[in-house]
Design a protein around this ligand. Sequence first.
Ligand SMILES: Nc1ncnc2c1ncn2[C@@H]1O[C@H](COP(=O)(O)OP(=O)(O)OP(=O)(O)O)[C@@H](O)[C@H]1O
Length: 298
Amino acid sequence: MTSTLTISALTKHFGELVALTGVSLSVAPGERVALLGHNGAGKSTLMKIILGLIPATGGQITICDAAPGSVAARRAVAYLPENVAFHPSLTGEEQTRHYLTLRGESPGLAMGLLERVGLAHAARRRIGTYSKGMRQRVGLAQALIGQPRLLVLDEPTSGLDPVSRREFYALLDDLAAQGASILLSSHALTEVEARTDRIVILSQGRLVAEGSLADLRRRASLPVMLHITARNGFANAIAQELPAAIMVDGALHLSCTQPEKLKTLGRIAGLGDMVADLDVLPPSLEDIYSHFSQGGAR
Ligand SMILES: Nc1ncnc2c1ncn2[C@@H]1O[C@H](COP(=O)(O)OP(=O)(O)OP(=O)(O)O)[C@@H](O)[C@H]1O
């Protein structure tokens, strides 16, 4: 299947500063990709190049086989910046009608778009009276104009409450199911974990890891944490059997490598009635992200 977005050996220099170096990435139709990285890792620079706002220094990039910034690429791409700014005295409907007109579409489509993003009830109120989440929805309505093939979303859920976040991702799921590709940046690792197909980690302008969370977890091969709750009065006896365990709030925490996991679980099972409960905690996306962004092997 042809990729919606193809990036190959992309570099970007700002004078002496190397913002991106050797970045290669492709995003397929219907794929939801999360772009993660510390502040200054190069996420916004990459997005600006995809949008055709700034030129790359080297490498190739195509959006639906067109060059960034070309008429064809601009038709195919929609963008939602982190902090959307609209005219405060326009209503949501007026602002959306204005964007539709700018994109050569019928302004009559405005209410349908606002309904899709859950804002029909406030469409005739001035944007100056909207909450951050409501403004973000106007931004998303704007991004949906013209059925884009690629949505580039810069921290789209920052400032949204948990319910709004869930609704926002449900909408992205619908768009992806209809074939739109989604590239979003986020610092909210837990939501990215649940709602995207692939994770791409940038560190100091380099793509240091990419894959599904399961792939990254396997490659990082980080230790698993076992939390053992002792039956009343048996905590010390368990600690003696498992000297590497440390006591935290009355429970025993034991870290073990992936290859040792089954053997260690066998030893805990052998403790029989001394153990009241056991939780096995795989490394979180935070752990995996820190591992790769601090130079762990790809
Ligand atoms: N116009 C510019 N001129 C000079 N340097 C720039 C310019 N834009 C970005 N940079 C630098 O390029 C690097 C990457 O910045 P970028 O904004 O892409 O990071 P980011 O990953 O989006 O960070 P954040 O999470 O803080 O938004 C940084 O060192 C930044 O200072």
